[in-house]
Design a protein around this ligand. Structure first.
Ligand SMILES: [Zn+2]
Length: 434
């Protein structure tokens, strides 16, 4: 809080002297405070949900969880309308970081070998939009707004920033936030100075949302266009030369989206991030890489580890960030298994149409019925699941062609889950009732 006020005061003060502005990296913590001001008790719910996720026994430890993602590019000029190649590089970085396959893990100091973590989470561009149509997973929206940031964020308001998430306010509406990770990319400059790199909303677990509470932030991640992708042609000038962008802003923000806090717990040594194996720090790094820091005494497996500038949830330079801890990885997987389970379970948005078993569904879309055509013996059961995760039809498959009547069902998208009860093989297909 102090830092942010100071920074923006600096913006005001330094315009007069023509000096450069310090960039604020992330407002995810402030976003929780803002939500709490709109819906008192919101911060308590976020903390409660953090504890629930932290204490939840992990269901699966090895399986790669796949999250469908949509990038919404909202642009006011050609520079902001990032090329697909930039988005693809960003996605590659995000996936490497969350699979711990990034080449720079070799730069992690050996001290942290005992805590390094493998989230095993993969992000895939959505192949199907909320209407059931094929999509690239990238939307492009031209806006009249030169920037989504303004001085109102000094007072802690997110109203200006949130315009990017609303079609009627100059941005673009989200896709179903329970089924897609929505990432908005736009300009967050203030008077031509980059003031903010990004923010994300935390997992809250919808059943615990206070009754009647509608005001708040739209679920998802917002990122400044110039820090997306390590091949981004735009520069972020921080006063001491351009920022070395490695695409780690998105890694950091998706960490928040999946429940993580900053490693310094947004306080001094008395404030923790709630993750047992994250070395504590008394403050953020400042876009630097200082391996001499050990600001807080802690006891992690009996060792007082140095400050982990390698951690994605610090504010260190992107060039020295390369790791999550095991506790952070487990927390994010627990969030996907609980508060954000609709992203990974029976999610029509993540259905991949090319799978090993040859299944034909026709007609699809359909209004009355469809036929499941499958090679004999490979599949013996079917289940039709609604977007809310409810099984609306099930039955057995006894011949090559099985007709399924959907006359009584509501229009919309469904997941058809086909399984072999002996081998436990499962194939999913999307079915649209019109
Ligand atoms: Zn952050």
């Amino acid at each position: 809080m102090k830092k942010f006020t100071f920074t923006l005061s600096c913006i005001l003060a330094t315009f007069a002297f023509g000096q450069q502005v310090q960039v604020e990296r992330c407002l995810s913590h402030k976003a929780i405070e803002y939500q709490d001001s709109l819906t008192p008790g919101f911060a308590d719910i976020v903390n409660e949900q953090f504890e629930i996720a932290k204490n939840a026994p992990l269901k699966k430890t090895d399986e790669v969880y796949r999250v469908p993602v949509v990038f919404h590019i909202v642009y006011n000029n050609d520079d902001q309308n990032l090329a697909d190649s930039v988005i693809m590089r960003q996605l590659e970085t995000l996936n490497q970081d969350f699979m711990r396959q990034n080449p720079d893990t070799v730069n992690m100091r050996e001290d942290f070998d005992i805590v390094k973590g493998y989230p095993n989470i993969e992000f895939r561009l959505a192949q199907i939009d909320p209407d059931g149509n094929p999509t690239t997973g990238i939307t492009r929206t031209e806006t009249d707004l030169e920037s989504f940031a303004d001085f109102s964020i000094i007072s802690g308001s997110f109203d200006a920033l949130e315009r990017i998430k609303s079609t009627s306010d100059g941005g673009i509406d989200p896709w179903d936030t329970e089924r897609y990770l929505n990432i908005w990319i736009g300009n967050l400059d203030i008077l031509g100075f980059t003031a903010l790199l990004g923010y994300a909303t935390p997992p809250v677990g919808l059943p615990n949302w206070p009754a009647g509470a509608t005001a708040g932030l739209t679920d998802g991640v917002v990122v400044q266009y110039s820090v997306v992708g390590d091949n981004n042609p735009n520069e972020v000038d921080m006063g001491q030369g351009p920022l070395d962008v490695k695409g780690r802003t998105l890694t950091h923000e998706v960490g928040h989206y999946l429940g993580l806090r900053h490693i310094w717990g947004d306080g001094d040594c008395t404030q923790q991030d709630g993750i047992d194996d994250t070395p504590n720090a008394d403050d953020q790094s400042d876009f630097d890489c200082d391996p001499t820091k050990n600001t807080c005494e802690d006891d992690i497996f009996g060792i007082d580890l140095p400050d982990m500038i390698e951690n994605y949830m610090d504010y260190s330079a992107e060039t020295c960030q390369n790791s999550f801890t095991r506790g952070q990885a487990n927390l994010m997987r627990a969030v996907l298994e609980n508060q954000r389970i609709d992203l990974i379970e029976d999610n029509p948005a993540s259905v991949v149409e090319t799978e090993s078993i040859d299944v034909q569904i026709y007609p699809n879309p359909t209004s009355n019925s469809f036929t499941i055509a499958v090679e004999n013996d490979l599949i013996d059961q079917y289940e039709l699941i609604s977007l809310s995760g409810k099984t609306v039809l099930r039955g057995s498959i006894e011949s090559v062609n099985t007709e399924v009547n959907v006359n009584s069902l509501d229009n919309g998208m469904y997941v058809l889950k086909l399984s072999n009860s002996l081998t436990n093989e499962v194939v999913s297909r999307k079915v649209v009732k019109m």
